[in-house]
Design a protein around this ligand. Structure first.
Ligand code: FRU
Length: 539
């Protein structure tokens, strides 16, 4: 038996196991005070105006996403006592329209024996009785005190984390319709430690037919990234079914935050999308450039079987900072939020009293080519405060035109006439400041890709990321971009969300211009609109 593990008999106890070791209300009150102390000192230079972030402290994955009794709820992994990853809580915001958000009390603090070192990621689902349930991972360090003792590895939290985890799946139920507090029911799925190499987490639950299913990420005893499938009739007692999926790449040792949902293709056929945040894959060409990489495969699934992929692994988002997305279905719409993971130390915003934001909510559909499309949900047009229509713009060889003198929170919609442009690279310099720093969002004709290039940024890690365009997109002669610039980030939606790039962009001091530029050739922009963005109410 591994050091620190107690005797375990099976996967699923007959009833939830509950061992309270701390008072939850006291732990929550302390956590609120921790966040408030950091919020009071917060530096807002990069704090988002229209993205979800905590008032203070560190956040990572979106959790428990749902639309319940008239409100949208977004929970997220929260460390309330510092701006680095630490003992995990669940922070919470809610909204009636996805545009105006309200801070809610912190939902979970680690207070049970089974989660004493962290209330890790999980999801929410509405049960047969119309009541919501939360499934999450209880985390303990296997040696009882810290993350030493396992294999050292680079993790998604921009720090070295070891494989010294001991993790089990947990259940909680809300106390009221507003989801302002919840009662923990305890452990529902134990960890068979002889079959698992420490990582065993992030449950996602759905119903197919009359059976409830749960999948979560597992590192098998021989260190392969897997997703396991459990089933249940009553949502409380769960039985192991099978390995739902094993990542074909032997370097991939863990699939964090797995997701699994059906979706219709353009002919109305049902496909299943499997999503996960893979740990261990090596960079190869334009792929897997981040420390860990979140993506999906499209295929088929029947209850009782394994997932059968029909595509290769593709990235959800090609930017520098996208990880741990979670989707949920509301009235037939599959909506996803991702975490903009900073990945690389040092992280500039950690000095500012807060760290980490979520992306805009995106709707997942299958395009005509059968691939996944993720576009901002239609509601996001409601964030526009006013619009400056620049009409069409032509730049000569190596030309430049200022689009905005000081744009901190804007959306730009533009269509490039590729057929009428000769520039080898052209696009927008955003967060362009007097010190010469900027982040470049460009179409690169030599590689036929849209890039976000941070080589000229004065703060944070640099490098560029590049999203592919299909032959059909290139042959169309047009390129549509929607570029969302917030105070410390940029999200680029290419051709209605066929590709997306999300990256932090830590602007320097002073006014932040946006410039349209063309390099080595001319640029014909058919239309360009700039919208100023409203605040979502969390500043
Ligand atoms: C992904 C992740 C999850 C885990 C959580 C802990 O970023 O590592 O696998 O539940 O973060 O904060």
């Amino acid at each position: 038996m591994k050091k620190g593990y107690s005797t375990m008999t099976g996967f699923t106890p007959d009833a939830p196991v509950l061992h309270e070791i701390k008072n939850h209300s006291e732990a929550l009150a302390q956590a609120e005070a921790g966040v408030a102390a950091m919020a009071a000192e917060r530096n807002n230079r990069w704090y988002p105006k229209f993205h979800i972030a905590s008032n203070g402290g560190w956040i990572n994955d979106p959790n428990g996403l749902c639309f319940y009794k008239g409100r949208w709820h977004v929970f997220y992994q929260l460390h309330p006592y510092g701006t680095q990853w630490g003992p995990m809580h669940w922070g919470h915001v809610s909204s009636t329209d996805m545009l105006n958000w309200k801070r809610e009390p912190i939902m979970f603090a680690p207070t049970l024996e089974e989660e004493k070192d962290g209330v890790f990621s999980g999801s929410a689902v509405i049960g047969d009785d119309g009541e919501l349930k939360f499934y999450y991972t209880g985390h303990r360090w296997a040696n009882g005190q810290d993350n030493t003792g396992g294999d050292w590895q680079v993790g998604g939290h921009a720090r070295i984390r070891a494989g010294g985890d001991w993790q089990v799946q947990m259940l909680a139920e809300p106390d009221n319709d507003e989801l302002t507090s919840a009662t923990k029911r305890g452990m529902i799925i134990d960890c068979p430690t002889d079959k698992v190499d420490h990582h065993y987490r992030d449950p996602k639950v759905w119903k197919t037919g009359d059976t409830w299913y749960m999948t979560f990420g597992v590192s098998s005893a021989d260190k392969r990234g897997q997703m396991w499938l459990f089933s249940s009739k009553d949502m409380v007692r769960w039985e192991y079914e099978r390995v739902l999926f094993q990542h074909p790449d032997p370097d991939v040792f863990m699939l964090e935050c797995p997701d699994f949902f059906p979706i219709k293709d353009k002919d109305g056929n049902e496909k299943w999308v499997i999503g996960f945040s893979a740990m261990g894959s090596k960079p190869s060409g334009f792929m897997n450039r981040n420390v860990n990489n979140a993506g999906y495969m499209i295929g088929t699934w029947e209850p009782g079987g394994e997932f059968k992929p029909e595509t290769e692994f593709r990235l959800w988002d090609c930017g520098h900072n996208y990880y741990a997305p979670q989707s949920f279905n509301v009235d037939g719409r599959q909506i996803v939020y991702g975490w903009m993971s900073p990945f690389v130390q040092p992280i500039p915003m950690e000095d500012d009293g807060w760290c980490g934001q979520l992306t805009l909510p995106r709707e997942i559909t299958l395009g005509d080519d059968g691939d996944v499309v993720t576009a901002p949900v239609a509601e996001m047009e409601g964030l526009r405060e006013d619009t400056l229509d620049h009409g069409s713009i032509t730049l000569d060889m190596d030309g430049e035109q200022v689009i905005a003198d000081d744009a901190k929170a804007v959306e730009i919609e533009m269509t490039i006439d590729l057929a009428a442009s000769t520039a080898e690279r052209a696009g927008l310099k955003i967060h362009a400041t007097e010190d010469g720093a900027y982040t470049y969002v460009a179409y690169d004709d030599q590689i036929g890709r849209v890039v976000v290039d941070r080589q000229a940024m004065a703060n944070g890690d640099r490098g560029y990321r590049a999203a592919p365009l299909t032959d059909t997109e290139l042959a169309s002669g047009k390129l549509d971009l929607r570029v969302f610039v917030d105070r410390g980030s940029v999200e680029v939606y290419v051709n209605g969300g066929h590709q997306v790039l999300s990256s932090y962009s830590y602007a320097s001091e002073g006014p932040r211009a946006i410039k349209l530029v063309a390099e080595f050739g001319n640029l014909k922009v058919e239309s360009l609109k700039l919208h100023h963005m409203k605040s979502i109410g969390l500043e």
